[in-house]
Design a protein around this ligand. Structure first.
Ligand SMILES: O=c1[nH]cnc2c1ncn2[C@@H]1O[C@H](CO)[C@@H](O)[C@H]1O
Ligand SMILES: [Zn+2]
Length: 434
């Protein structure tokens, strides 16, 4: 007997070797997808009727600072340097472990509700993030954000903290958690420090998560300091490889794109954050044309201001169209791949497709809605018309985290209340310091 059978749904497999099934069945057993077919004789403890729904792989959000939900709407409409240096960093200086716990719970609640099954996080007090991920049932690739700022002593303690986190958390929660090294960016960490991080990551067999060329200011600073851009500098120290997740990558030359592609670097595109902070437009179409693995991320809630992947997909598609002045650029199907298949590849998890043997990380999207009728083309609706609140059911590792709009893995109202309380106290501490 199977654990879960989802029947009568439109199965959007995202598997290039398996066509979508108009009225199909997904069988889940021991955390894995055991069968994808038109009919089954199999029985299960839980049978979900997905009539009028789309059954698809859940989203992978490849760049977040989950705890920053506490700063949602706190400092908007500012330039990135002003935003970060005068508002966010002073506020983060007051953050406590319990704040990050509350903020991350709020983030995980939002992700479960909006169909995200895994996320790549870079922040502080990462043990708290680990605890929240472990109890929520989600998957995550977690990294302690190391900010060295050309201070050798600080660099040593930062790397030590990063390493302690990697050693303790890599592979935790039955493999749902992986731990990465998180050097913040090439303009906040020295070349020497980045070399040490690269070496340590190889020794520990851990991946690396880093911001790369998010702004023109970073590009200019790097040129002044090293006589070359971030990508060339990182390439000169053999930093790149398929184990690197580079967020943003907005200010790339054609040569940079070749370097990223040739080194199989995973690129997390964050269009909403890039638009909100006016960072620029990443050359996504060119990267994809080269065969680079480009996935999607929301960035933190202070620059988005939510963690919804539906919005992110739509923004990604529209932004490429207007940038290239080509309405055929980044079509719906391709942007869905970025949000699922490519994200799973970046985090090296067997998710992102509805395929036999893959992780049972499945979402059910309710299409029986006014704004989703009529329905001609499923990918088109998912990218251009659907929204986070259309997700009905979220399953991760074969466990139902949200069942028919009811969150099971946590107490929803409690998480909202505690997040709000933590934010209020945090900001009053910040104000008191002014
Ligand atoms: O868009 C961004 N660019 C650069 N840094 C960011 C962005 N969003 C958040 N952080 C910052 O990165 C650190 C994570 O450890 C935090 O300081 C967070 O505020
Ligand atoms: Zn970021």
């Amino acid at each position: 007997m199977a654990d879960i059978i989802i029947k009568n749904g439109y199965i959007l497999t995202m598997d290039p070797s398996l066509e979508n099934i108009k009225n199909g069945v997904v069988v889940i057993e021991d955390g894995r997808i055991a069968d994808v077919c038109e009919n089954t004789e199999e029985t299960a403890d839980t049978v979900i009727d997905a009539q009028g729904n789309v059954v698809m792989p859940g989203f992978v959000n490849t760049h977040t600072h989950a705890g920053m939900t506490l700063f949602r709407g706190y400092a908007d409409d500012l330039a990135l340097s002003d935003w970060l240096e005068n508002h966010i960093w002073p506020a983060e200086a007051e953050l406590t472990a319990s704040d990050v716990y509350a903020g991350t719970r709020l983030a995980c609640l939002e992700m479960v509700k909006s169909g995200t099954i895994a996320f790549a996080d870079m922040y502080f007090f990462m043990e708290e993030v680990g605890k929240v991920v472990e109890s929520s049932g989600l998957r995550a690739a977690l990294s302690y954000g190391m900010i060295e700022l050309w201070d050798e002593e600080k660099g040593k303690t930062e790397l030590k903290k990063g390493k302690a986190f990697v050693n303790e958390w890599n592979g935790k929660a039955g493999g749902r958690i992986s731990a990465m090294y998180g050097p913040h960016a090439p303009n906040t960490c020295s070349k020497e420090f980045l070399m040490k991080v690269r070496e340590q990551a190889t020794v520990d067999n851990a991946k690396i998560h880093i911001h790369v060329l998010e702004t023109e200011a970073e590009l200019n600073q790097m040129k002044e300091q090293y006589g070359m851009c971030s990508v060339n500098m990182l390439d000169s120290i053999d930093f790149f490889g398929p184990d690197v997740l580079a967020a943003h990558c907005v200010w790339l030359s054609d040569g940079d794109m070749d370097i990223l592609r040739n080194n199989n670097v995973n690129i997390s595109h964050n269009p909403v954050s890039n638009m909100k902070l006016a960072s620029g437009i990443a050359p996504v179409t060119k990267l994809l044309d080269r065969g680079a693995n480009v996935c999607l991320g929301t960035d933190g809630c202070a620059s988005n201001n939510n963690l919804g992947m539906f919005e992110e997909m739509k923004a990604a598609a529209l932004l490429q169209k207007v940038d290239t002045m080509d309405p055929m650029a980044l079509p719906a199907r391709q942007v869905l791949e970025m949000a699922t298949v490519n994200g799973a590849k970046a985090l090296d998890i067997n998710s992102g497709m509805i395929r036999n043997g893959y992780n049972a990380d499945v979402i059910i999207v309710d299409m029986n809605k006014a704004h989703l009728s009529p329905l001609y083309d499923v990918p088109s609706h998912l990218v251009y018309s659907a929204g986070s609140s259309d997700v009905r059911t979220t399953i991760v590792n074969g466990k139902v985290l949200m069942d028919d709009y009811r969150v099971i893995c946590m107490d929803e109202q409690n998480v909202i209340d505690e997040g709000r309380d933590a934010a209020e106290e945090l900001i009053s501490r910040v104000d008191a310091k002014k």
